[in-house]
Write a protein that binds this ligand. Structure first.
Ligand SMILES: [Mg+2]
Length: 180
């Protein structure tokens, strides 16, 4: 049904209590994440994670720790036959249209180029207004989640954007995805 499902990371597949995660021991998938991904797999098993990690530039995040976390994420997806094709992260601050940092669509354009993705038939799922803004700029469908930071963006998202679905969390999104 979708060429690719793009997933935000923090607040979407894992908790994000501090706004950044700098060690594997602080990285925890939500307890429903893999149940949700198992459902989503029926709609596309081409998954790509796109995550803003400006903490790298701020010195709050160590690149080796980030790589260790992403290695763990890849392994956990692989164990469950989830086809995680790539993880893209952005450490910059620019938010221009083509910037790597969401709401720029740089990470999506890179994924399109490297993985031959049809963005117009793809879906973005995330808990931030920038996830929805990037999805609209890239002409993708989107699901806005109220997990993570979602609730704080809800009014602005509803006023300015048109996500195809607003869901409580990734599991609810997966269960309601057939409506979009
Ligand atoms: Mg997020």
């Amino acid at each position: 049904m979708f060429d690719t499902i793009f997933l935000d990371r923090d607040g979407t597949i894992n908790g994000d209590p501090l706004g950044y995660i700098n060690s594997l021991s602080d990285y925890h998938f939500y307890d429903y994440t893999f149940e949700a991904l198992d459902i989503l797999k029926k709609y596309s098993n081409n998954l790509v994670i796109v995550t803003n990690q400006s903490g790298l530039a701020e010195g709050k995040l160590d690149i080796n720790n980030l790589n260790e976390i992403h290695h763990f994420v890849r392994e956990e997806f692989e164990k469950r036959d989830l086809n995680l094709r790539a993880i893209y992260f952005s450490q910059d601050y620019h938010e221009d249209f083509n910037s790597m940092r969401k709401p720029g669509i740089g990470m999506f354009l890179k994924a399109k180029e490297e993985l031959d993705i049809d963005l117009k038939n793809s879906l973005m799922i995330g808990d931030s207004i920038v996830d929805i803004q990037a999805a609209e700029r890239a002409e993708m469908k989107s699901i806005f989640l109220l997990s993570g930071q979602g609730k704080s963006y809800l009014e602005d998202v509803k006023r300015d954007y048109k996500p195809n679905l607003i869901a409580r969390d990734l599991l609810h999104a997966a269960k309601e995805i057939s409506s979009i």
